[in-house]
Design a binder for this molecule. Structure first.
Ligand SMILES: *Cc1c(COP(=O)(O)O)cnc(C)c1O
Length: 409
């Protein structure tokens, strides 16, 4: 495995400058007109989707999980290169419905959907992924009122756990999905209502860097849905087997071996799914793997301070825009996201600094004892891996600073 260059994260450089969307970051900052900002590189979105298409079986449908980055321009761009969109709120659904993706290729997952959201989904013809018996009841009632026969899938909380995920979202007791053992009873109830149950959705976890563990999870997911399919009136046509592909954030993270993931999935589909359910569409649903590495957060150095032997670079952004890079409000072991001085890419690291944001809390730390070239006031610090769960996953109202801009370049 080749070592990742944590300064560039494979973005190209020209002279002293990091290029995002082919544009030197200093020029980009002038064009945006203010710092801090997020920039998403469309060529990297294309490249990542291309890698996924090349590695995954040809008949797998690729769904983009909008919550990873709901910027409308990003969703629009991705809508032309993925097969479907997965949304988790009424507002995300509106963004998805504004794209050329047909409503039936939009899935709506997530606990606690409101009656208004369920009604909106049914009226629009969006596939609703049911998370509980009460939600199923609300949905069928809403659909009967509208006189529409909705398409639904059952989100299943699996009877197994996936180890090695950054975030576990299935197995054990969960707010997500219907426990696998309760699904037959729910299907029986739905059998008496005016709905089409088209299949199942299993999402067991997020941010997994291990191809072998993902393969095990996919194999167990497939066995589970094949078992549950026996209780469906019609053969399922929709098998959303989740995703959870991770990206490297920290020093020792080894990137996911996508080729192995694809080869394992191909064997699994050939052995277990295509012979049994030839008409089923197998969906892999990904957020951060598609957008995470395409984005950077750019913030400007506004002060350089020495305090008792430590050098602090104070930047005009911080944890209110890029919470995860700061360590999520005091995570026990805080590690640095990849970070660089975007206008000094040709200079060697020459000092170890604290890169801190402009909020009045010691938690507002973007780089802890990070080696960088000597940066001056007005230099641009770039935080990588900022394309997913950045702006919309951060406490932007904390300390009431202005919202940063986002650009797709
Ligand atoms: C959040 C979420 C995803 C996306 O997770 P990533 O780690 O960004 O790939 C996919 N599916 C569901 C159901 C989710 O809730």
């Amino acid at each position: 495995m080749t070592q990742i260059d944590r300064r560039t994260m494979s973005f190209p450089t020209a002279g002293s400058e990091l290029l995002v969307g082919g544009i030197p970051v200093s020029r980009l900052a002038e064009r945006v007109g203010s710092t801090p900002f997020f920039a998403y590189d469309r060529s990297r979105l294309d490249a990542r989707v291309g890698q996924l298409r090349a590695a995954l079986p040809h008949d797998v449908h690729l769904s983009y999980a909008v919550k990873a980055n709901p910027m409308p321009a990003v969703v629009q761009h991705l809508s032309t290169i993925v097969d479907s969109l997965d949304v988790a709120s009424g507002a995300e659904m509106r963004v998805a419905l504004d794209t050329p993706v047909p409503p039936a290729a939009i899935s709506f997952a997530g606990p606690g959907k409101s009656v208004a959201e369920l009604t909106q989904a049914v009226a629009a013809g969006v596939l609703v992924e049911l998370e509980s018996p009460l939600e199923a009841e609300r949905l069928t009632t809403a659909a009967e009122r509208l006189g529409v026969r909705p398409q639904v899938a059952v989100r299943v909380n699996p009877d197994f756990e996936v180890k090695g995920s950054g975030m576990r979202m299935g197995g054990g007791a969960q707010q997500f999905g219907v426990d696998a053992e309760e699904v037959p009873a729910l299907l029986k109830e739905l059998g008496d209502r005016d709905v089409d149950v088209v299949g199942f959705h299993v999402f067991s976890g997020s941010q997994n860097l291990h191809a072998d563990i993902l393969a095990q999870a996919q194999a167990r997911t497939v066995e589970l849905v094949l078992r549950l399919a026996d209780d469906l009136a019609d053969e399922p046509t929709y098998l959303n087997i989740g995703g959870g592909f991770g990206i490297p954030y920290y020093d020792k993270d080894v990137p996911l071996d996508l080729g192995t993931v694809g080869a394992n999935l191909e064997s699994l589909l050939a052995a277990r799914v295509r012979p049994r359910l030839p008409g089923a569409r197998v969906v892999v649903e990904l957020g951060r793997y598609i957008v995470g590495e395409a984005g950077v957060y750019v913030t400007r150095v506004v002060d350089r301070k020495l305090s008792r032997g430590s050098t602090f670079l104070v930047v005009d952004g911080g944890m209110h825009h890029q919470l995860a890079a700061s360590g999520n409000f005091g995570q026990v072991i805080r590690r640095n996201y990849p970070i660089a001085v975007a206008n000094r890419m040709d200079e060697a690291d020459s000092e170890v600094v604290q890169v801190v944001g402009s909020l009045c809390t010691p938690l507002d730390l973007l780089g802890d004892k990070v080696a960088l070239p000597r940066a001056e006031v007005d230099d641009l610090v770039v935080v990588h891996q900022a394309g997913a769960y950045g702006l919309t996953a951060s406490p932007t109202a904390f300390l009431s600073h202005p919202q940063p801009l986002e650009v797709l370049v």
